[in-house]
Design a protein around this ligand. Structure first.
Ligand code: PLP
Length: 395
């Protein structure tokens, strides 16, 4: 079974990270990341959610505005990160053409209360971030560029994460490059960087027991995602797959062991990302003529680093049985994502507007793995299963 996502971590890199544990690795990792993305300040923490939350708290110090716009279909935890910072999340509908924040809707959503816009590169496909920066800038709002799942993507020749006033990449499980958990925030603004730094100083450091637990889970993950182990353990692993909605998020510092692994992963990054990009491009082409399946339009100038490949099954009643067919006939773990638009996930007392595109999107979305463990032959098999399934159902 090919897992829905996973980062190949070499055993020698795990060993080397242990041996180098006494040396501070976070400084090195952050410097390498800042050079890669081309930014002047960078901060690590236990997750991108933590950093988004901290940055929003920091931005409150620069403005009296209190609303944060985010796509109506994205990671629901972002709603909590905004709410816990004492701000009001304001969902904005997505586009069924691009699967991203709808830029026309965004113009209507912006107001004199908009502190920031979360410009999310969903599924690793770059959103038109320069236009978001233009609209938000004209409105006096900040842009938080959420490249949590888009590490390695590029837009207009520049890396995702290099555009917003502040930007974020996640290293959590299931991200393009994973150190089991973790995230990074970048900015070029010295004043914002100072406030983030002081907010981060009050974030607790995991104690020895937590650090050992994170290191052991990281090692276990690096083995479990290998397809032959994943196949043997699939029935057990699938029980631990967390499908429930998170009610809260932990806030703590990144660890030196994770940073050590992160430094090692940077050396294999181009190779791993080449596979992801090629796999996504293949699916985009091979699925394009299958009727009943709707694919995202990729903006001109965008070079996506597909986290997983998103497709919509137009007849929502077929989505789950198609997923089962891919799992059982191609041995590839196709997945579904969040069951509802973000406004329906938590009761945060915000007005329950209707987001027709997000409502249509949620029950139809199916994700196909693009991670480096999947071979081109296996992807051809996946496409064959989808084609046969859709032809059978449409007869
Ligand atoms: C678009 C998006 N933003 C932010 C996050 C949060 O990242 P993390 O898991 O590091 O908290 C996620 C997580 O899946 C995500 O998909």
């Amino acid at each position: 079974m090919i897992p829905s996502n996973g980062t190949p971590i070499h055993i020698k890199d795990l060993l080397a990270s242990f041996l180098h544990l006494p040396h501070a690795r976070q400084d090195t990792f952050i410097r390498v990341l800042m050079t890669e993305i081309g930014r002047s300040h960078g901060f690590l923490a236990n997750s991108a959610t933590t950093l988004i939350h901290i940055v929003l708290k920091a931005l409150r110090k620069f403005s009296n505005r209190r609303e944060v716009i985010l796509p109506a279909y994205t990671a629901p935890l972002l709603m909590l990160a905004i709410h816990k910072a004492g701000l009001t999340p304001k969902p904005c509908d997505i586009s069924l053409e691009t699967f991203q924040l709808d830029l026309c809707e965004l113009q209507d959503c912006l107001s004199s209360q908009t502190l920031a816009v979360l410009g999310v590169h969903s599924f690793g496909i770059p959103v038109q971030i320069q236009r978001i920066c233009e609209f938000a800038g004209d409105n006096g709002s900040y842009v938080l560029e959420d490249a949590a799942v888009a590490d390695g993507s590029r837009f207009a020749g520049k890396p995702a994460g290099s555009f917003g006033d502040v930007s974020f990449i996640s290293f959590n499980r299931g991200k393009n490059m994973s150190t089991f958990a973790g995230g990074v925030a970048f900015t070029d603004d010295d004043a914002i960087a100072d406030v983030i730094q002081s907010e981060l100083e009050s974030v607790p450091t995991p104690d020895l027991r937590q650090r050992i637990s994170i290191a052991l889970k990281l090692i276990a993950m690096s083995f479990a995602v290998r397809p032959w182990i994943y196949t043997l353990m699939y029935s057990q692993i699938s029980k631990f797959k967390d499908v429930s909605l998170h009610e809260d998020f932990d806030v703590f510092q990144y660890t030196e062991f994770q940073a050590g692994i992160g430094c090692r992963l940077m050396k294999h990054r181009d190779d791993v990302f080449r596979h992801r990009a090629e796999n996504g491009r293949y699916l985009q082409k091979a699925l394009s003529d299958i009727s009943g399946v709707h694919l995202p339009a990729i903006p001109e100038d965008a070079e996506p680093m597909f986290n997983q490949f998103p497709m919509l099954v137009e007849d929502a009643s077929l989505r789950d049985s198609l997923r089962e067919a891919i799992i059982h006939e191609a041995y590839v773990e196709a997945t579904v994502l969040y069951p509802k638009p973000v406004n329906l996930c938590y009761n945060l007392g915000i007005s329950q507007n209707h987001y027709p595109n997000a409502d249509y999107f949620a029950p139809r979305l199916l994700l196909i793995p693009t991670n480096p463990f999947i071979t081109m032959k296996r992807l051809e098999k996946v496409v064959g299963v989808i084609r046969k399934f859709m032809q059978r159902k449409q007869r």
